[in-house]
Design a protein around this ligand. Structure first.
Ligand SMILES: [Zn+2]
Length: 549
C-alpha cells in the first residue's frame, strides 16, 4: 500500500508507515489449544503445523500452539514449530501461573513454557475470590504473588507476556476491588497485555462492556478479550469489549472449543473489518476467509456448517421467490454485504418455493441461456415442482437440474438410453460379490456389459461406465465421490421412497445428481444416468460452441 507520509514528528517514512499499518485490533488464534478441547476435535502434530502455517499466511497476529505442561503432543508441536519461520504471526505457548508455595523458577510447568522457546507466553491466573478460596485453596495475597512472580520470571527471560485473567467478569461481579488488584499485580510485574476472560461464557455484552471500561480506566496496559459462546454471545461479547478499549481478541476458527465453543474468529474478523471498520488482518486476506474456514474444518474432518455466518454456504443463498426476484434487481436488497468480500458466493436455491427468477438465475449459474421471457420457462418450472412433490431435491443436485432444463429447452436427442439392467448378489465364502449387467443404446448401436462391484450400486456404476466408454471415452475420467441415501416418508413403512444423491467428479469439476424411487437400485441408477448425461451434455455444449466459432 502506498503511504504518503509527511514528517509529523516521526523520523522516517517507513516508521510512520508501520504505525499507520499497525492493526487496530489484533487477532489471537487459539484453535490449536482452546479449540482442540472441543468435542470431536483431534489434531495430530502434523495437523497443528499445517493449521499454524495457514493461519500465519492468512495474517493472524498470534497463534497459540498449545499447553506444553498438559501433554507431550504439545511439547512435540513446539519442538517442530521452533524450526519454522512464521512471517506474520508470533507463536504463543500457554500455561498457568506458578503453583502456590513454590518459586516460579522451581515450577516445572512454568519451566516448560520457557522450553517451548516461543516469543510469546500466555499464562492464566485467578481473578475470582471464589476460585482463590475454593479451587486454589490459598490466600488472596498468595494468589497476587503467584501472578506477579510468574509474570516477572517470564519477563526476565525476555518473553512478551500475555496475562489471561480467568473468570474476569464473574470475578469482578463478585469482588470488584480484588479483581482489579489481580490485574494490577500483572501490570505492575510487567505483563505486556491483559486479556479479560469470560471463562464460563455466561456474560452479557453490556456487562462485558461495562467491566472492560472499568479495566481500561484503571490500567495502562494493552487489553484483550477472550470469550466463550455458552449463551450464544461469544462474538457479541468480544465486540462489546473492542468498543470500549480492548484492542486484541482471542478466539478460534469456526468457533471450535469446549462445550458450545469459543468466540468464533470467522465472524469476529469480518465484523471488525467491515462493520466496525477497524484495521485487523491484512486487507487482501479477507477474501480468503471462507477458504480458511473450510480448510480448518477439512483438517478437523468436520463437515463445513452451511449456516455459519459470513462463510457458510447458506450465508448468501436465496430461496424465497420474492427475495430472489429482488436480489436479481438490486443485490443489496437482501444481502448485508457483497459475499465476495469474504470469499463467499451468492447461491440460488431451487425448491418448491421457487419462482421464475430462481430458475433463471440458477440456469445462468450453470451456463444455460434462459431469461424470464423464454417460452419453455413455465414447463420447466412445472416439471421441477412435480418432481419435488415426488421427493426430488435439486439444491445439491445441480447436475440433474441442468439435464432437466436442457432437455426441455433444446429437445436434443439423449446421448444414450438404458435399455435394461440386472443386478445380482452371490456369496463366495465370507465375501459377497455383486454383479451388474446393463444394456445401453447409442445412435442405434447397442452395448451390453457386465461388471462386479463392492455393492450393487458400485457394480452398476462400473457396468454403465464400461458400456458408455465404448462410445464416449471421456466418461472413464468420471468418479463417484459421494453417495447419500435418504428414506422419505418413512412413516409409511415398506412403501417408503428412497432418495439417492450422488456427487461425481472428473478431476476438474464436481456435480451432484439425484434419483428417487421405491427401489434404492432404481433411484441410484437414475442418479448415475443423470451424472453421465450431465457430463456428456457439457461436452456436447462445448463442442457446439467450438463449431460456431
Ligand atoms: Zn477459553
Amino acid at each position: 500500500m502506498l503511504c504518503k507520509a509527511r514528517h509529523a514528528g516521526v523520523n522516517s517514512q517507513s516508521a510512520l508507515c508501520a504505525l499507520i499499518m499497525r492493526p487496530e485490533v489484533e487477532i489471537y488464534d487459539t484453535t490449536l489449544r482452546d479449540g482442540s478441547q472441543g468435542e470431536g476435535i483431534n489434531f495430530s502434530v502434523a495437523d497443528k503445523i499445517r493449521i499454524a502455517e495457514r493461519l500465519d499466511a492468512f495474517g493472524v497476529h498470534y497463534i497459540e500452539g498449545g499447553w506444553p505442561g498438559s501433554n507431550p503432543k504439545d511439547i512435540e508441536f513446539f519442538a517442530q514449530a521452533k524450526r519454522k519461520r512464521f512471517k506474520n504471526a508470533k507463536l504463543a505457548a500457554f500455561g498457568s501461573t506458578r503453583r502456590k508455595g513454590v518459586r516460579a523458577a522451581q515450577d516445572e510447568q512454568v519451566q516448560l513454557l520457557i522450553d517451548a522457546a516461543t516469543p510469546v507466553v500466555t499464562i492464566y491466573g485467578k481473578t475470582s475470590m471464589l476460585h482463590v478460596k475454593e479451587v486454589l485453596r490459598t490466600t488472596p495475597a498468595e494468589n497476587l504473588a503467584m501472578i506477579a512472580d510468574t509474570v516477572r520470571f517470564l519477563k526476565s527471560h525476555g518473553k512478551f507476556v500475555i496475562y489471561d485473567a480467568e473468570h474476569a467478569f464473574d470475578g469482578f461481579k463478585l469482588d470488584e476491588k480484588y479483581a482489579l488488584a489481580t490485574w494490577k499485580a500483572a501490570e505492575e510485574a510487567g505483563a505486556d497485555l491483559i486479556a479479560l476472560c469470560d471463562t464460563n461464557g455466561g456474560s452479557l455484552p453490556a456487562e462485558v462492556g461495562r467491566i472492560t471500561h472499568v479495566a481500561r480506566t484503571n490500567l495502562n496496559v494493552q487489553l484483550g478479550i477472550h470469550t466463550h459462546d455458552d449463551i450464544g454471545l461469544g462474538v457479541a461479547n468480544a465486540l462489546a469489549a473492542l468498543e470500549v478499549g480492548a484492542s486484541h481478541v482471542q478466539g478460534t476458527i469456526n468457533g471450535y472449543g469446549e462445550r458450545t465453543g469459543n468466540c468464533n474468529l470467522t465472524s469476529v474478523i469480518p465484523n471488525v473489518a467491515f462493520k466496525m471498520k477497524k484495521r485487523c488482518v491484512p486487507q487482501g486476506s479477507l477474501a480468503q476467509l471462507k477458504e480458511l474456514s473450510q480448510f480448518v474444518d477439512e483438517i478437523a474432518n468436520l463437515r463445513h456448517s452451511p449456516r455459519q455466518p459470513w462463510v457458510g454456504s447458506a450465508a448468501f443463498s436465496h430461496k424465497g421467490g420474492t427475495h430472489v426476484n429482488a436480489v436479481q434487481k438490486l443485490v443489496s436488497s437482501y444481502e448485508h454485504i457483497d459475499p465476495a468480500s469474504v470469499g463467499n458466493t451468492r447461491t440460488v436455491l431451487i425448491s418448491d418455493l421457487a419462482g421464475r427468477s430462481n430458475i433463471v438465475m440458477k440456469a445462468q449459474e450453470l451456463g444455460i441461456k434462459l431469461s424470464n421471457d423464454t417460452p419453455e420457462l413455465k414447463t420447466i418450472l412445472n416439471r421441477i415442482k412435480q418432481l419435488e412433490h415426488k421427493g426430488y431435491e435439486f439444491e445439491a443436485a445441480e447436475g440433474s437440474l441442468a439435464v432437466l432444463i436442457r432437455k426441455e429447452l433444446y429437445h436434443q436427442p439423449l446421448p444414450f438410453k438404458v435399455q435394461g439392467y440386472h443386478v445380482s448378489m452371490r456369496n463366495e465364502g465370507r465375501n459377497s460379490v455383486c454383479e451388474a449387467t446393463i444394456k445401453v443404446k447409442v445412435n442405434g448401436k447397442e452395448a451390453h456389459t457386465v461388471a462386479d462391484g463392492d455393492g450393487p450400486v458400485n457394480a452398476l456404476d462400473s457396468a454403465l461406465r464400461t458400456a458408455l466408454a465404448e462410445f464416449y471415452p471421456q466418461v472413464k475420467k468420471i468418479k463417484l465421490t459421494d453417495y447419500k441415501v435418504r428414506i422419505l416418508d418413512s412413516g409409511t413403512g415398506t412403501a417408503a421412497k428412497t432418495r439417492v444423491l450422488i456427487q461425481s467428479s472428473d478431476g476438474k469439476q464436481e456435480w451432484g445428481t439425484v434419483g428417487v424411487d421405491d427401489n434404492i437400485i432404481e433411484a441410484s441408477l437414475q442418479a448415475l444416468v443423470d451424472s453421465m448425461e450431465y457430463k456428456l451434455m457439457m461436452i456436447r455444449g462445448f463442442e457446439e460452441k467450438e463449431r460456431k466459432r
